[in-house]
Ligand binder design. Structure first.
Ligand code: MSP
Length: 520
């Protein structure tokens, strides 16, 4: 069976998750579900990044020991993923023994290959970004020195550390990125950004440790009792530690390279430059794809806990439903671009796309099944007299796979909604109520069967995005879930040749009339 290994970043456990984190996770879940029903064996990895100065500080502020604190916050991520129907296969915590062992194995392998050395690090460090900055990169402002990325004050470090030799890796990486065969960076804007960085900057060797005396909350380096691993160096290794690096060669060979690393655009360089170079130094293949998505912004700024402009995904999902939330995040903006989350925009999409277009299509169709055919999809309509919706149904799966190959979630949803729109128009143009009045039962049957086939196809295509909505539709159409999933890749049309019994339920998406108090 073909495999598909996809990963999300490991989220820092300095505070509870917001919609920025939920975004990567929902996108990854959609992709994982899609590849599963397309017949692949999927490994969907997520987890939490638990070491480093930022987490240590958050634990101290909360008055807890780091381990106690990270257990608690890591648990809130797991709870949220459960609530959002995230079907991850593995959740890795960087404090787990399997990960620690892999990080230590990486240190040892690099040392043996002569790739690490000790020297004095003299430069800047941004704790919120957990990033080292050189003198030339930082922003001096009014007597303070700010991080060039997050614009917050940073501290000066002068300490003995270990370095990983990366300066000689520039040219092959540029060539690989340009070639874009086995290793792609998407969207193109991000690929160009990485190329620009590599072409205009000399690569500086990467500092990969911190002195234990200053920052004890990290994985001890096997090369020195007085150093721990720099948090980014520790965290990136998760993508191979979870698949057995240093412990299970067979597992590693099965899953590596990753098919897709989903990340936000703020952590592109760590992945596209440092991670790829580390892989090469370890003699491992590069991932097939790094996709850097955009940010959810509020008031022109990236949504983040420290800026105090976050929206709580739990609240949104509780108020409007998990699937509506999943739909909005993936439909509203193209995956590579920034998006603005507002409750007005959310309600508009909910009422228009979900309540009106999709909800009404199902409701009207099932009402006609009840009214004209005793609650059934009538039998005896050959799939050969298919009606005008068949072409849209037949093409849906290939359109979906073309869009999802590029992680164009919004386009994929637009394709599905094009069929929903076509089916709604078909009801108007075929006027089944007139056919019923004029007792044209044969024609009426074709109309109802066509609609049932189209809705079934819509639900199948929708399942990766909105699993419980799709399952609800199948239930109302009287289709068993395993049957619907199994037939995803086959010709979608023809299921109702023998008819079927429907079970109309409550509307999927009751209209929202008023905005809830308190949300932006
Ligand atoms: N721990 C590192 C990643 C290590 S991966 C080996 C980290 N963690 S994070 O919690 O700060 O961010 C995790 C992911 O959430 C990143 O991909 C980041 O881009 C994403 N988001 C955080 N805020 C976001 C928005 N406001 N909008 C969209 N995604 C953003 O970085």
């Amino acid at each position: 069976m073909e495999k598909y290994y996809l990963t999300t970043p490991l989220y820092y456990v300095n505070s509870k998750p917001h919609i920025g984190h939920a975004y990567t996770e929902i996108a990854a879940d959609t992709l994982a579900r899609y590849h599963r029903i397309a017949g692949r064996e999927v490994l969907f990895l997520t987890g939490t990044d638990e070491h480093g100065q930022k987490v240590a500080k958050a634990a101290a502020d909360a008055g807890l020991a780091p381990g106690e604190f990270t257990d608690k916050i890591s648990g809130t991520f797991k709870d949220l993923w459960r609530a959002l129907d995230i079907s991850y296969d593995d959740f890795i915590r960087t404090t787990e023994p399997r990960h620690i062992a892999a990080v230590r194995a990486v240190w040892q392998k690099l040392e043996k290959a002569g790739e690490v050395y000790k020297a004095v690090y003299s430069g800047w460090y941004c704790t919120p970004c957990e990033t080292f900055w050189t003198e030339g990169q930082v922003l001096p402002e009014g007597g303070r020195t700010l991080c060039p990325d997050c614009k917050r004050p940073i501290e000066r470090l002068e300490e003995e550390n270990y370095f990983f030799k990366i300066s000689g890796h520039r040219q092959w990486l540029i060539d690989e990125i340009r070639r874009a065969e086995n290793f792609r960076i998407l969207p193109d804007t991000r690929r160009n950004e990485v190329l620009g960085f590599l072409e205009h900057n000399a690569l500086q060797d990467l500092c990969i440790s911190r002195p234990k005396s200053r920052m004890p909350w990290g994985i001890p380096s096997p090369l020195s009792d007085s150093h721990v691993t720099y948090v980014w160096f520790d965290a990136l290794i998760n993508y191979i530690s979870a698949v057995g690096f240093g412990a299970d060669e067979k597992k590693l060979a099965r899953w590596w390279p990753a098919d897709a690393h989903l990340i936000g655009k703020d952590i592109l360089r760590h992945h596209a430059v440092y991670w790829t170079i580390l892989l090469r130094a370890l003699g491992l293949k590069l991932p097939r794809l790094i996709f850097a998505h955009g940010w959810w912004v509020q008031g022109g700024e990236k949504m983040s806990k420290s800026r105090g402009n976050v929206i709580d995904p739990v609240e949104i999902a509780k108020t409007y439903g998990v699937d509506a939330f999943r739909y909005f995040l993936l439909r509203e903006t193209a995956f590579g671009q920034d998006g603005v989350f507002s409750e007005e925009a959310f309600i508009l999409r909910y009422n228009t796309d979900l309540a009106n277009d999709l909800g009404n299509l199902l409701h009207r169709t099932l009402t006609m099944c009840e009214k004209y055919f005793d609650g059934s999809v009538p039998a005896g309509v050959s799939s050969r007299c298919a009606g005008e919706l068949k072409e849209g149904v037949d093409l849906l799966e290939s359109k979906l796979s073309r869009s999802l190959e590029k992680l164009a979630f919004s386009d994929a949803l637009a394709e599905i909604w094009a069929l929903v729109g076509q089916a709604n128009k078909f009801i108007e143009s075929s006027a089944p109520w007139t056919l019923a009045r004029e007792k044209k039962t044969g024609e009426l049957k074709v109309v109802i069967v066509s609609l049932a086939e189209a809705i079934k196809a819509v639900a199948q295509a929708l399942w990766p995005f909105m699993p419980s909505t799709a399952e609800g539709i199948w239930r109302q159409l009287g289709i068993a879930e395993p049957v619907a999933k199994a037939s995803f890749k086959k010709n979608l049309w023809g299921y109702f040749e023998k008819g079927g019994q429907v079970a109309k339920g409550a509307p999927l998406f009751p209209r929202i009339e008023t905005k809830r108090e308190g949300l932006r």
